[in-house]
Write a protein that binds this ligand. Structure first.
Ligand code: IMP
Length: 401
């Protein structure tokens, strides 16, 4: 069975899109299994910058792309994305789960409302209705693509949602949803069954999470998290495939750390250094354009990520950006109440981070090698891929995956 699952090791925006795009030519199927259009995977190829939000980032190169049941879908946005992507690949095969839940304007309004209620304690969501969409799914009043088969069911469910939220439905909302549904209806199928059959018959598959390990709804810096499972464990329920289908796990980590939205971030830096690294790395949200918070690479965080996700290897991205930064540091352990801690715990604030420094490597490859070998020694898994630029050609393979 040839399946590989890719997750983000930090708070998201690790550069997963580039890695997925790079690897996807080796796979028949490219599968996305969580999140919604809060995600933004940027891929630069043949002079084009492509931003994926709902469609898997292997769309251009894998035979078939699959949006599995764990994803929450804004139908208008998905239509726009498919229209945009079809400029780069005229003929493609796409499968969308009939069990996927949709995100409506009511969910988006609810997201805004909840964030305003939280006031100073706001999460800093992307305001794309993602939390409310998962809330309605688990509250058992969500709307699935399956519900569009009977417009009466759809209308009733929208009515109930509007009643719960106390937000009136806008005129034309049902008609708009049906219009967007109809445009993609030929792609909709039982993707769990489809994936099982394909893989059983020998197809290879690349599974991708959106977001990063530490904004997982369960294992992240709760409540400052997204509302889905972003860790490798999420791939089974997010696709409807049993754990037997998964054996190889790759984590993507940026050579430094960034975060959008609120929440605990031990190696965060502020001031001039943060601003310089933000500019060097163009660290602004792909979905919302918000400036990302900046920090050093956090080894205790990677250690935890390797364990939580059972990672076999990592891909280290943006090493070119960090190599141009003059003040390179890496957090190696924490101090809490006088004791040394080797692993990140999202629920525990530490008193201090212990750092080691590295020489810049813009003009000195051996300094970069020292940095990589140090990380490998500390986290116990190899850096299989190295990203040192925006383009596909800027990825170096160091180990067989
Ligand atoms: P939500 O997913 O829009 O509910 O936002 C919840 C938290 O997850 C916020 O801190 C967001 O900034 C963060 N978040 C959601 N999607 C992404 C992503 O793709 N990259 C990084 N952070 C994200």
């Amino acid at each position: 069975m040839d399946t590989l699952t890719i997750v983000g090791c930090q708070f998201g925006d690790e550069g997963k899109g580039k890695i997925i795009d790079y690897l996807s030519c080796n796979y028949d199927l490219s599968v996305r299994f969580n999140g919604g259009e809060n995600a933004g995977h940027t891929v630069v190829t043949d002079g084009n910058t492509i931003k994926y939000h709902l469609v898997p980032a292997g769309f251009l190169r894998a035979r078939t792309s699959v949006i599995a049941n764990g994803v929450v879908i804004n139908l208008r946005k998905l239509n726009e994305e498919i229209d945009f992507l079809s400029r780069f690949r005229g003929s493609f095969e796409l499968k969308i789960s009939n069990l996927a839940h949709i995100v409506t304007d009511l969910h988006i309004e609810r997201d805004r409302y909840l964030e305003s209620l939280r006031g100073k304690g706001s999460i800093g969501t992307t305001l794309r209705g993602i939390g409310p969409a998962y809330e309605s799914k688990f509250g058992r009043y969500g709307i699935r693509l399956e519900d569009f088969k009977d417009p009466k069911v759809l209308e009733e469910k929208l009515g109930f949602l509007s009643y719960i939220y106390n937000i009136p439905k806008k005129q034309g909302m049902v008609e708009d949803l049906i219009h967007y549904y109809e445009k993609i209806s030929t792609f909709i199928t039982d993707t769990s069954e489809y994936l099982r059959e394909e893989i059983d018959e020998g197809s290879s598959a690349l599974f991708e999470t959106a977001q990063g390990t530490f904004i997982d709804v369960e294992f992240g810096t709760y409540p400052f998290v997204t509302s889905s499972h972003t860790i490798t464990g999420g791939v089974t329920v997010g696709t409807g495939l049993s754990p037997k289908y998964f054996g190889k796990f790759l984590g993507v980590a940026k050579a430094y750390t960034t975060r959008v939205g609120e929440g605990y971030f031990p190696t965060e830096i502020e001031g001039e250094d943060a601003e310089r690294l933000r500019k060097l790395g163009n660290e602004y949200g792909a979905t919302t354009g918000r400036p990302r918070r900046i920090g050093y690479l956090d080894i205790p965080m990677l250690r935890r990520s390797v364990k939580l996700n059972s990672l076999d290897y990592i891909a280290l991205t943006k090493t070119d950006v960090l190599g141009r930064f003059k003040n390179i540091k890496v957090g190696v352990s924490y101090i809490k109440d006088g004791s040394e801690l080797k692993e990140y715990d999202p629920n525990k604030r530490v008193d201090k981070v212990e750092y080691v420094s590295f020489e810049p490597w813009e003009d000195n490859r051996s300094n970069l090698n020292k940095f990589i070998e140090f990380i490998e020694d500390e986290i116990g898994v190899p850096v299989a891929l190295l990203g040192s630029g925006e383009k596909r050609e800027d990825i170096e393979k160091r180990h067989l995956i």
